[in-house]
Design a protein around this ligand. Structure first.
Ligand SMILES: [Fe+2]
Length: 315
């Protein structure tokens, strides 16, 4: 049985691993499966190098990390429902959001976020695979909630620890409340997802939480964030913005440049991620699995339906 090897992703990164040698055969070995699970728990993100580029392999690898679950949004495109539930396609063509950043138009540009923040339950992890790549850009960024928390200034830690963040599925970039500098919205999300967003209660997640292994995890991101529970005031919004700006300053990020021969898994309870975006003239398609496993700290804001935050200038 072939062995697999795990190394750190970068010398200066406190998170991330690179695993080589994963084949369908090697996944039959429980020692290899446990190495993959342990590495994700310890390092938060794994780049699997030179791995078979099929949906079957992506699902087999994902199932090592946990059972799959369906994606909560029915209008999100499914990659292959016959293969497994919750395998979604992220496409740059068709109806997609577009921004202009530094004079470049970019599609599938996504701000920092964690998946399913607009739900009471999170998914534990996802595995991403590139199906069609642009020549340039299109990187996926990852940042570590443990590292961010460790490096935040103590006074901000004291002010944000114990707070609860409100999220909604109102994901239009022009409706963002926090971290709105540096880009112009060219095209935004369609109405379908907004109809669904309006049926959901607000989702609540802790701004900071502690893992079983003892580390505290910074758990805030600007995309789909509505504000702080019990502090829905200008002062509360200012605190969110101040903490997020400080988080960006201390953040050590890793941007994965896709080669077409790898897959990337990340712990969605711990890591923030974002899409760099790519040219609208080229097609970029990614497939992502949805791995079940909740951290148990999110909840619905019962009786409080999500509402859209409208920027003042748009009113
Ligand atoms: Fe995401």
């Amino acid at each position: 049985m072939s062995a697999i090897t795990a190394t750190h992703l970068g010398d200066n990164l406190p998170f991330g691993a690179r695993i080589c040698g994963v084949t369908r055969e090697s996944l039959d070995d429980e020692a290899n499966r446990e190495l993959i699970r342990r590495t994700l728990r310890e390092r938060g993100v794994i780049v699997f190098e030179d791995i078979e580029q099929t949906g079957e392999m992506q699902v087999a690898l994902s199932k090592v990390l946990g059972p799959l679950k369906d994606h909560p949004v029915a209008t999100v495109e499914r990659a292959d429902e016959d293969l497994a539930e919750g395998v979604i396609a992220i496409r740059s063509d068709g109806d997609t959001m577009m921004v202009e950043e530094d004079g470049k138009q970019l599609v599938t540009w996504q701000p920092w976020h964690f998946d399913h923040c607009y739900q009471n339950e999170l998914n534990y992890a996802g595995v991403l695979r590139s199906v069609s790549l642009p020549r340039d850009d299109g990187m996926t960024g990852f940042a570590d909630g443990i590292q961010i928390w460790n490096d935040l200034p103590d006074d901000l830690k004291a002010r944000i620890d114990g707070k609860t963040v409100i999220h909604t599925l109102f994901l239009r970039l022009s409706d963002m409340k926090f971290d709105t500098g540096g880009f112009e919205v060219v095209m935004d999300a369609d109405d379908e997802i907004y109809k669904f967003a309006a049926t959901l209660p607000r989702a609540l997640h802790p701004a900071v939480w502690r893992r079983e292994t003892g580390e505290k995890v910074f758990h805030m991101a600007p995309w789909m964030a509505f504000g702080l529970l019990e502090d829905e005031s200008e002062a509360g919004d200012r605190l969110f913005a101040e903490v997020w700006e400080a988080a960006k300053k201390v953040m050590k990020s890793y941007y994965h440049k896709w080669q077409g021969s790898e897959m990337v898994a990340w712990d969605n309870h711990r890591m923030l991620h974002r899409g760099q975006g790519s040219s609208p003239d080229e097609v970029r398609v990614m497939h992502r699995t949805t791995i079940k496993g909740d951290y148990g700290l999110g909840r619905w804001d019962e009786g409080h339906l999500a509402t859209r935050w409208v920027p003042e200038a748009a009113e």
